[in-house]
Design a protein around this ligand. Structure first.
Ligand code: NOJ
Length: 550
């Protein structure tokens, strides 16, 4: 019997603060902006927020490069603004979890500056320095280029991500203690838990074995040596015991490198995390380990297989964090559906994808703008792109011999900036996001999708999301939709279908992922449909989604 938990019943909303709402008119979203939009979030029905980093940072990687964990980056506001946000959210009954980046800091963090300035400083060992790397591995960092960067004194430091994000040395007990103190400080501010960024990167093979290059850059994929290396268990156990293990907190781990069949070793009361974000179906379009976001062909069959595999692996002891979008993913409509159908069916598609992930067993994580059906934007030049990852990928594509247009096409398919252009509030200047010049240009492709318009349209994607939340959390079917087991049904290769079952009750979910009308079962009582006239007939129309009881 699944144990009841507040976070299992929660509906999370993920916020990228820089692009959500700008309250002070400087073109950058801020914490006051989030506080001002709490009524909107309450009305939507979500019960918890996951907020991307707003700590002090030079913003090379938009806040995932932290230079002071105890301060708010001035462009987002102040600690008082953070406290006000937390208090107001509490009044609205909305819990807040923060992104916590523990694998690396910014190169501007005083620890790192001290470590570079003085080889004998205690902070030197907070990071991974080597005097000689001639025999060490030449891994490719996630954002491109070597994982080793040279300092002024001729030594080298290791970084999994950008060179401005030096990795912390988790072997150092003093460092770990400082991190735990800081984490507890945030927990004491009244947050409900964390999303743990790149947490499986904290343990690496510190012998850095020499391995053969696998790309034109002369470097090699770091995944076998720099992710989830044995020994990580002890670190995670201690982290939990010293911090969030103290109370009823939730942790959602970004944990690349954990194979599905080992998930139960990581998720659950007695192990490390409450949930883990699975990338297998959201990165299905990417060539694994490709240095420049090379696309790969994938089939719906494969997508289903990965989706349900994850559900199966966490069905016994764990709990899933279900999502299709976040601040690192392009918009899901643009990823999963064919361009030719998008104009005609975008509304059905947005609702269909919502239906697909929302009723799986686990906690749903909506990403800002997904509830409006926002889609990828279009970059006409690489100069319009801000994302450090896309900029690196663009360069690597050129290095690999692709033309500028091909490199830009790849960015247009996969850039993280598709999820980071401003939230669309209304039809005013900059979609009501800011009265100033936005730090990144607004979207180019779905101007009519705004909160203002969709709020008054009972058939909008936004209204549909509200209905989904009501059905999952406040209906006679809540118990089965939250805690019920999941069983896949396979009626047709183009349909994703499953049922949720609990105590003799059963609710079914079906999504036609194709542009074809397909024969389907009779639906006795339709609880939710993404077409205005739920047919209930023995067919599913293009991109039709339905939740029903037989
Ligand atoms: C994963 C985060 O989701 C991503 O946005 C960030 O760039 C890297 N980790 C580095 O912290």
């Amino acid at each position: 019997m699944t144990e009841r938990k507040w976070w299992k019943e929660a509906v999370f909303y993920q916020i990228y603060p820089k692009s959500f709402y700008d309250a002070n008119g400087d073109g950058i979203g801020d914490l006051k902006g989030i506080t001002q939009k709490l009524p909107y979030l309450k009305e939507l029905g979500i019960t918890a927020l996951r907020i991307c980093p707003f700590y002090q940072s030079p913003m090379v990687d938009n806040g995932y490069d932290i230079s002071d964990y105890y301060q708010v980056n001035p462009e987002f506001g102040s600690i008082e603004d953070a406290e006000e946000l937390l208090q107001c959210a509490k009044r609205y009954g909305i819990r807040v979890i923060l992104d916590m980046v523990l694998n690396h800091t910014s190169d501007q963090h005083p620890w790192f500056r001290e470590a570079c300035a003085d080889k004998n400083s205690k902070y030197r060992d907070y990071y991974i320095f080597r005097d000689d790397i001639s025999k060490a591995s030449q891994f490719r960092s996630i954002f491109g280029g070597s994982t080793w960067t040279r300092t002024e004194d001729g030594s080298w430091y290791y970084h999994t991500f950008a060179q401005q994000q030096p990795d912390l040395n988790w072997e150092n007990p003093g460092l770990r203690k400082e991190l735990y103190t800081m984490i507890n400080w945030w927990l004491d501010r009244g947050i409900s838990g964390f999303r743990l960024d790149a947490i499986t990167c904290i343990q690496k093979d510190m012998s850095f074995p020499r391995v053969e290059a696998d790309g034109a850059d002369g470097l090699c994929d770091l995944r076998n040596y720099g992710l989830n290396v044995p020994g990580i268990e002890e670190k995670l156990r201690e982290l939990k015991k010293e911090t969030y293990g103290r109370g009823d907190y939730v942790t959602v781990a970004e944990a690349p490198g954990i194979p599905g069949e080992r998930l139960e070793e990581y998720i659950g009361e007695d192990v490390f995390f409450s949930m883990i974000f699975d990338f297998s179906y959201t990165d299905i379009d990417l060539e694994p380990g490709s240095p420049w976001a090379k696309m790969r062909r994938w089939s719906l069959e494969e997508f289903k297989e990965k989706l349900f595999r994850n559900q199966r692996f966490v069905s016994e002891t764990g709990w899933a964090a279900n999502y299709l979008e976040n601040h690192d993913q392009p918009r899901s409509i643009s990823k999963y559906f064919q361009r030719k159908d998008i104009e005609k069916y975008s509304d059905q598609m947005a609702k269909a994808l919502g239906t697909l992930f929302f009723f799986l067993r686990g906690t749903p994580f909506i990403y800002q703008g997904e509830e409006l059906g926002m889609r990828n934007t279009c970059f006409s030049s690489i100069d319009e792109v801000n994302d450090v990852n896309s900029l690196g990928q663009y360069e690597r594509a050129l290095e690999e011999g692709y033309t500028r247009q091909e490199a830009l096409d790849a960015v247009n398919r996969r850039s993280r900036d598709h999820a980071r252009y401003p939230m669309q509030w209304n039809g005013d200047l900059n979609f009501g996001f800011s009265e100033g010049k936005p730090w990144i240009q607004c979207g180019q492709t779905c101007g009519e999708l705004t909160v203002e318009r969709e709020s008054v349209d009972g058939q909008s994607v936004l209204s549909y999301y509200k209905k989904m939340i009501r059905l999952r959390n406040h209906s006679p079917y809540s118990e089965v939709l939250i805690y019920g087991d999941l069983e896949e049904i396979a009626p047709d290769p183009d349909i994703i279908c499953y049922k949720r079952i609990r105590g003799g009750e059963e609710v079914r979910v079906a999504v036609n992922m194709s542009g074809k009308t397909l024969p389907f079962a009779e639906m006795r009582q339709v609880l939710l449909s993404n077409y205005e006239d739920p047919s209930g007939a023995a067919l599913l129309r293009p991109y039709e989604a339905a939740v029903w009881v037989e």
